[in-house]
Design a protein around this ligand. Structure first.
Ligand code: CA
Length: 396
């Protein structure tokens, strides 16, 4: 079984009236880079490369640089292919675009290998610890008109009420666009709206330096927030360590980190209690396993960052399946030693519209697909409605 063709799809969905802000930027569109690999015996595998950065450079890295070298290679050897790609691109691509490209290729190869054997990818990774995972909803971004404080606060209360009514038992809220005092009022409103039993986490998207993050962290402690995500820029390991030593709220991060080598410094350097690699960016399922190994060696729980298309969600579910309870107990508890699924609740037709069967929560939990490979079928026609660039190498 050899790789015969590789196709890339840059898919874009304008958010229109649903646009929103994080601390870093407004999101006028959702973007995904999907990879489709075909083998000489007709098996097709899908992957996603990258998370919210530009997709065209990732497509170019696949089609112009890495892909031509892979035609004719074994399609059921993702770890070896990963190491070959990394060795080839080490001098110019140890983070960013090239690792995102390698992630998409890697996920597609795990999908192919699983399909060739009729087994889910998690089986090939050594077996699943769970067949379902509790999900947390990511939302509570800032609206386009965040300067209208009254309207923003009312919309926020309505948003979290809708999550609670939909059976979501955990919500992650956004911080860092506004001054600490104003964001503290948002946190207070959310806690008062959902009550004490709904789990809340908070994500600053690296908005603060460590002194401001300390002030925000003290606020989060008052409202029982279960983690403080990306409080400081990803390069500021000293800032991470300072916060982790001083605050009671657990510190999380890692979506901007790449490969086992990046996570060796981030996890091994004592930066986080909860590490959040993005499978579509950190190096795919092959590298995910190595990062999980690092995390368990340091008593850190791995909870993947998930913000991509339906293919990215599917890859994350396979990844979550193989995370051991950290540490083991007879009855794992969410976020104490059991991972959760990040279930992005913002507008994204690439997440909700391109699979034969959409991902849906049941009692706040997501079943982990147990079909071959990633356990999903991509509706290519539905995907093509969003595709702005399609490229290929080899015979598709
Ligand atoms: Ca985040």
């Amino acid at each position: 079984m050899r790789i015969s063709g590789i196709e890339t799809f840059v898919a874009k969905a304008p958010t229109g009236a649903n646009s929103f802000w994080s601390s870093q930027a407004v999101f006028p569109e959702r973007v995904s880079l999907l990879v489709k690999i075909t083998t000489d015996d007709g098996i097709v595998g899908w992957g996603e490369g990258g998370q919210y950065g530009p997709a065209e450079p990732v497509a170019s890295a696949i089609v112009d640089v890495l892909g031509p070298r892979l035609i004719g290679e074994a399609a059921d050897a993702p770890v070896r292919i990963w190491e070959q790609n990394y060795a080839f691109s080490r001098d110019f691509g140890r983070t960013g675009t090239y690792i995102e490209a390698m992630s998409g290729i890697d996920i597609a190869l795990w999908d192919i290998w699983g399909k060739s054997l009729g087994r889910p990818a998690y089986h090939l990774m050594g077996g699943a610890f769970r067949d379902r995972v509790m999900a947390y909803g990511t939302g509570c971004y800032y609206p386009e008109d965040f300067r209208d404080t009254d309207a923003m606060m009312q919309a926020l209360a309505e948003e979290v009420s809708a999550y609670a009514a939909a059976g979501v038992t955990a919500i992650k809220i956004k911080l860092g666009l506004l001054p600490v005092e104003q964001d503290a009022a948002r946190v207070k409103l959310i806690r008062e709206t959902v009550g004490p039993r709904v789990k809340l986490m908070a994500d600053a998207n690296h908005a603060y330096h460590s002194a401001t993050a300390m002030r925000m962290g003290r606020v989060l402690e008052q409202f029982g927030i279960l983690w403080f995500e990306e409080p400081v820029p990803p390069e500021d390991h000293d800032g991470y360590r300072r916060l982790r030593a001083a605050l009671d709220v657990p510190i999380a991060g890692g979506e901007c980190e790449f490969t086992r080598f990046g996570f060796r410094e981030f996890i091994g350097g004592g930066c986080v209690d909860i590490v959040q690699p993005d499978v579509c960016a950190c190096g795919g399922l092959s590298e995910w396993q190595k990062v999980v190994s690092l995390a368990t060696q340091h008593g850190v729980l791995a909870v993947p960052h998930v913000w991509g298309s339906g293919v990215g969600v599917a890859a994350a579910l396979q990844a979550i399946a193989v995370v051991p309870p950290t540490p083991h107990t007879a009855l794992p508890v969410d976020l104490q030693n059991e991972p959760m699924l990040e279930f992005d609740r913002t507008y994204n037709p690439l997440r909700d519209g391109i699979l034969e069967r959409n991902f849906e929560l049941k009692d706040g939990a997501m079943a982990i697909p147990d079909g071959p490979g990633l356990g999903i079928s991509v509706k290519e026609e539905a995907l093509m409605a969003h595709v702005t660039q399609k490229r290929s190498v080899g015979a598709g």
